[in-house]
Design a protein around this ligand. Sequence first.
Ligand code: MN
Ligand code: MN
Length: 278
Amino acid sequence: MESSGNETQTPSGAIGLLGIPWDEQSSFLRGPAQAPPLIREALFSEASGLRSESGTELEGKFVEAGDLPQLSGTAMMEEIERSAARLLQRNLRPLSLGGDHAITYPLLKAFHRFYPNLTILHFDAHSDLYDIFEGNRFSHACPFARIMEEGLAQRLVQLGIRTLNPHQRAQAKRFGVEIIEMKDWRDGRVFAFDTPVYISFDLDGLDPAFAPGVSHHEPGGLSTRQAIDTILTLQANVVGADIVEYNPLRDVSQITAAVCAKLAKEIAAKMLAADNNK
Ligand code: MN
Ligand code: MN
């Protein structure tokens, strides 16, 4: 465990950085378990300043919670939930790095206890609403079915989606999920929420041309610019976020790690600005 600053001086509402090295629930390729140190390396690299495009200085705003141990199954899900709850208890805004999308369900179990009326803003090529996938209810294809059936979020808004099948459309209808399919995307839309917001960012929501380091290459996605603009213009109190599905084994010249770092900075700045734009 290392800290980016003296914890007693940490402002309340600072970012709690948590690495989650877990890809056991991936259906196709493994790799996202190796993501946390590579995203951190890109985030704190001297190649790029530690500030957002909006001008927010992020130096000293991160409280480093380290990487979780690599456990398995239920033990890992409990560890994820416990770790997020610990950060929330300290009045930090958790930002988790790495892992496949299965981590979002245990994370939301923790968030729900602190924010019962949460809205999730979810970037992804996939809706991840399968009731069960290849016999596994905790697959990375299922987290938002678990979250919605347990009422862990009040609203789920999905962006970048371009793989819906009839089962997923039925699930979306059942849970009242608001989906803006990629085919219907238009630039310039501003998202505003008056409930606390959790951002779940699956890297494959971006076009693989911008983020090749993912397990599932699904062309026709958001550009990095479109995603950043969506975050920059977002009007909401962002209380937590995850950046998932970065697969270093598929990356090219660490370009996707740099994208993860860039998104982490913009999301962190939005979290820190929450009191101003609430
Ligand atoms: Mn996903
Ligand atoms: Mn995906």
